[in-house]
Design a protein around this ligand. Structure first.
Ligand code: PMP
Length: 437
């Protein structure tokens, strides 16, 4: 039996304890956090649509027209007209034949991956993929080859080793904690050459990258080459839920095989209608996407001016990696005391020794307040004992990686890690396999 108190104490001792904070009012660029007004720099409401009057009205009207709940899985009590309309809109937006709604991005990734990979197959997954992808891989019971972040060469080598057992490649389009972008043209090329399926999770690309905010795959011109594009409605589209955009045959298969679609209640009508209104706004006023990009560029420039190493981030997600989990928490609290809320992100959300502040810029921020927040965060970092110009020793991170047991924990028969020693809980490490010479 798990000793809950001991487990919580262990997390606390590692600086990995978590609690939620109370926000009053909607998720705008400013919020009341635990009763105090702050600039919100960690919401995925990138385009500021979650509290837009038209999105609110659409959700409220849908509640009056169709009710609040969908009642059951669509395979049981049916597809509501609002689901069908939203799927048509999303398919057109993503330039695909069709789209299938899921309850959330987590459910979409878990369902799609587990439907497309089986025991005996091999799934190739980027080292920094989102937890929902990792869990989808686990659910599939396929073998998982975790390739080094963005490393196409490592991936190609892994595919060679799999010798025909390969099933699919799965990657975040924009990486959620790093703000960098997957090498999609190269992944498409590898998938084509080896006859593999490719799944791209556009949770953070949708509404943020590419023409009209169509995503990272559209930005790279490979939208139609990706077998399944997963997108969420809960981030730039200001609502809740998710979708898989694909061809009709794939959608028919997912309806029959994706357990998170089959065994979970359909999306609530207000969430579907809110997302549809957000899509309308995005298509009517694509300049929101440009505003997001220019705000993000202003934020990155000011942080770089303060000396932070942004590690190749080039989107609205900006990581300030400081290494130690407790240090990241101290910086977060010091910035919060000055009215800037940028959440500290620690393992297992990110690999050991790469704790960070993860800043998320919104189109509805003012450029000047972002610049000023960058200066506040730099001061907070210094006050907490971290000089932004510090370059973290990449070797330290590397060795931290090699200490981690691969995949889900120690192998059978291996002793558990000593109490109090840093351990990944359930973060994935890259495949511990040597590269080809
Ligand atoms: N994929 C990525 C890359 C994410 O960052 C997230 C959420 N943070 C999800 C999927 C899950 O999406 P949702 O919040 O809709 O469950």
């Amino acid at each position: 039996m798990i000793e809950i108190e001991a487990r919580l104490a262990e997390l606390g001792a590692l600086g990995l304890g978590r609690r939620t904070r109370l926000v009053s009012g909607p998720q705008g660029p400013h919020v009341l956090l635990d009763g105090k007004p702050v600039l919100l720099l960690c919401s995925n409401n990138y385009l500021g649509l979650a509290d837009h009057p038209r999105v609110r009205e659409a959700a409220a009207d849908a509640a009056m027209r169709w009710g609040v709940g969908a009642g059951a899985s669509r395979l049981v009590s049916g597809t509501m007209t609002i689901h069908r309309r939203l799927e048509e809109r999303l398919a057109a937006f993503k330039g695909r034949e069709t789209a299938l709604l899921f309850g959330s991005g987590y459910l979409a990734n878990a369902g799609v991956i587990a439907a497309l990979a089986r025991p005996g197959d091999v799934v190739f997954s980027d080292q920094l993929n989102h937890a929902s992808i990792i869990d989808g891989c686990r659910l599939s019971r396929a073998e998982v080859f975790v390739y080094s972040h963005l490393d196409v060469e490592h991936l190609a080598w892994g595919i060679e080793q799999a010798r025909g057992r390969a099933a699919l490649i799965v990657t975040d389009g924009v990486f959620s904690m790093d703000g960098d972008v997957a090498p999609l043209p190269e992944l498409v090329e590898l998938a084509r050459r080896h006859n593999l399926r490719l799944i791209v999770d556009e949770a953070h690309g949708t509404g943020a990258l590419g023409p009209g905010g169509r995503g990272a795959a559209a930005a790279a011109g490979v939208e139609e080459e990706v077998d399944v594009i997963v997108g969420t409605l809960g981030k730039a589209l200001g609502s809740y839920g998710a979708f898989a955009a694909c061809d009709r045959q794939m959608a028919r298969y997912l309806v029959n095989a994706a357990r998170t679609f089959i065994f979970s209640t359909a999306l609530p009508p207000p969430a579907a209608a809110g997302a549809m209104a957000a899509l309308d706004l995005l298509e009517e006023r694509p300049h929101r996407v440009d505003r997001l990009a220019s705000n993000a560029a202003a934020m990155r420039a000011e942080l770089e001016h303060e000396g932070f190493d942004l590690r190749g981030a080039r989107t609205q997600i900006v990581p300030l990696v400081v290494g130690d989990a407790q240090l990241a928490m101290r910086i977060c609290e010091a910035a919060l005391a000055q009215g800037v809320f940028a959440q500290a992100i620690r393992p297992p959300t990110v690999p050991p020794m790469t704790s960070r502040l993860r800043l998320a810029v919104m189109a509805s921020h003012r450029e000047e307040e972002l610049r000023s927040a960058a200066r506040t965060i730099a001061q907070a970092a210094r006050a907490a004992g971290f000089e932004p110009r510090t370059r973290l020793d990449p070797g330290a991170e590397e060795s931290a990686w090699q200490l981690q047991p691969a995949q889900t924990g120690p192998a059978a028969g291996e002793p558990p890690p000593p109490r109090g020693a840093p351990r990944p809980f359930d973060h994935e490490a890259p495949a511990p396999i040597a590269r080809a010479a």
